[in-house]
Design a protein around this ligand. Structure first.
Ligand SMILES: *Cc1c(COP(=O)(O)O)cnc(C)c1O
Length: 220
């Protein structure tokens, strides 16, 4: 199936209120343009440098989402154009995003990444760290960032009940945050292998790569 066919099938399957982020990391501009020509506008990347190169060369009405781990010293490269940063996992990073957004007179929407998986390797805050951030005085004074939700990645496992449990937990944190802050609307969870469960557990935004663009080849 072509990229266009994959996208069409996926969009038919997803509930209307769920936003699809087409994860184009490692994929060439030609593949992104194929999705673009099929009408898609929201793309996700996990490396700031790669995303910036794509932003420079591809149509300007594309919304670029940073879904990967963000190094503070690279925020400046995407502050001008990034539409949503999914992987915010520290107060220091929020502070840097606020600072760089100010330089461009922007308010950058952000998601707090929560650690929900069993694996140690996955990034993210635990609930108490998240509470610490949103309860702090300094957080209330940020003018150039807006936290609009949470993001998480489930354990990579065949155990569906484990995945479901982790997504349900993220949903509970989403609800906790909704009670504390205004404008919380995004629950970013679900990838190619687990988006069906994520949607059943209340996801409002799925990040899907290989089911649209095919498997990635990292050895290139
Ligand atoms: C790569 C990636 C995805 C997409 O993964 P697929 O399995 O290809 O759908 C989603 N979220 C994050 C954070 C990723 O890094």
């Amino acid at each position: 199936m072509s990229i266009k066919d994959n996208l069409t099938a996926l969009k038919e399957e997803l509930p209307k209120e769920v936003t699809l982020v087409a994860v184009s990391k490692t994929k060439p501009n030609a593949s992104i343009l194929e999705a673009y020509d099929a009408g898609h506008r929201v793309f996700g990347e996990n490396k700031i440098q790669e995303m910036t190169q794509k932003w420079e060369t591809l149509p300007k009405d594309i919304e670029w989402h940073m879904i990967g781990h963000v190094q503070r010293n690279k925020v400046k490269y995407m502050a001008e154009y990034v539409s949503l940063i999914h992987g915010v996992d520290s107060f220091k990073l929020l502070k840097e995003i606020d600072k760089q957004a100010k330089k461009h007179n922007r308010v950058i929407p952000c998601l707090l990444q929560v650690h929900i998986a069993e694996e140690e390797s996955k990034f993210g805050l635990d609930k108490s760290e998240l509470e610490g951030i949103v309860n702090s005085e300094e957080f209330k004074n940020f003018e150039n960032i807006k936290v609009i939700g949470v993001m998480g990645m489930a354990t990579y496992t065949q155990d569906q009940s484990q995945i479901r449990k982790e997504f349900a937990y993220l949903k509970s944190i989403f609800e906790f945050l909704s009670d504390k802050l205004l404008d919380i609307s995004v629950l970013s969870m679900g990838m190619s292998g687990d988006y069906t469960i994520a949607i059943e557990e209340g996801s409002t935004m799925v990040r899907i790569g290989s089911s649209i663009f095919g498997a990635r080849n990292y050895s290139q």
